[in-house]
Design a protein around this ligand. Sequence first.
Ligand code: F0G
Length: 361
Amino acid sequence: DDFEGRGVWRYNAALPFEEGVSLPEGATPLHEVPRLEADVGVETLRVKHEGMNPTGSFKDRGMTVGVRVAKELGVGRLACASTGNTSAALAAYGARGGMETLVLLPAGKVAAGKIAQASLHDARILEVDGNFDSCLDIVQDLAARGEAYLLNSLNPFRLEGQKTIGLEILEEFHEDYGSYPDRIVLPVGNAGNTSALYKAFRELVQSGALDVDDVPKLTGVQAEGAAPMVEAIENGWDETRRWDEVETRATAIRIGNPVNAPKALPGIRETNGTAVAVSDEEITEAQRDLAGEGVGVEPASAASVAGLRKLRAEGVVDADEQVVCLTTGHLLKDPDAAFEAGDDPEPVPNDTEAVLEHLAE
Ligand code: F0G
């Protein structure tokens, strides 16, 4: 009841500072999607569109806190490995804070919009001949040698900011329905977001603000070509087992070695959630479904809806459930994927009659 303002810093009681290096972020829409809801076959489906943050992804919520901490510490250079969104957010928030930024990206595997953002916000961009996990190994080495301050989700302050996704969902959902969602479905890459949501719920339960029975079931979705978390939920977690070969159209979650798995797996288990893998075709279909409700998301984000659809079809999700799907990034992040999933423009002559003729065809 004591919360003030909008967005991430509304919840500063749960954050390490009163305010951050802000653009500002959070206060994203919790869309109704009635056609999709009926089609999937659940009682309630809402879509929390994190693509509506300032740089177009949920990463801004963590960066506003992480960059504030970096400023406080007076570090020289901020750095991250990224499948794209974290680098865009770091570049923008670093610029906002007047700090130098360095980003390591897997060469050829980052969507155009994200590189464009990092570039214009003046990050130094290194394209590594390897996948995201190799980039993260290198940037951790750089941080250990004092070359840069690490702003990947290994940085605990990032996750503090990302907790506010959970806080916003609970507050908004409760306003609308007088109850909390049964389940939150989200795409999983490095599993930072899953662990952040779990931490938010644990803190609410510990403080007495939320009954443990009201904690939403955390349900993670991965792409079939990069699904170590799904494997871990099914077979148990093996520290040494990283997927060296990963591939998916959802490049944001093309990750074989989720560093936050030890923190995220208990969250999925203890909330009675689950994890599921979806194909690239299922992701594309879900991206079209969301677009058909006016909600434009990048492929990784559509994985949440694809996963929900699959779990509902398998009977893991019940028809009477109230579900929130998280869509983590904006459509414009990956224009090439959008073109592939959508229809091609039709060339027509510069003439009204010809246009009418074309339309009648
Ligand atoms: N969705 C999008 C659009 C993402 O960019 C990411 C992660 C995730 C989901 C997965 O979140 O890692 O917390 O489980 N992107 C990171 C990046 C890895 O570098 O931008 P997670």
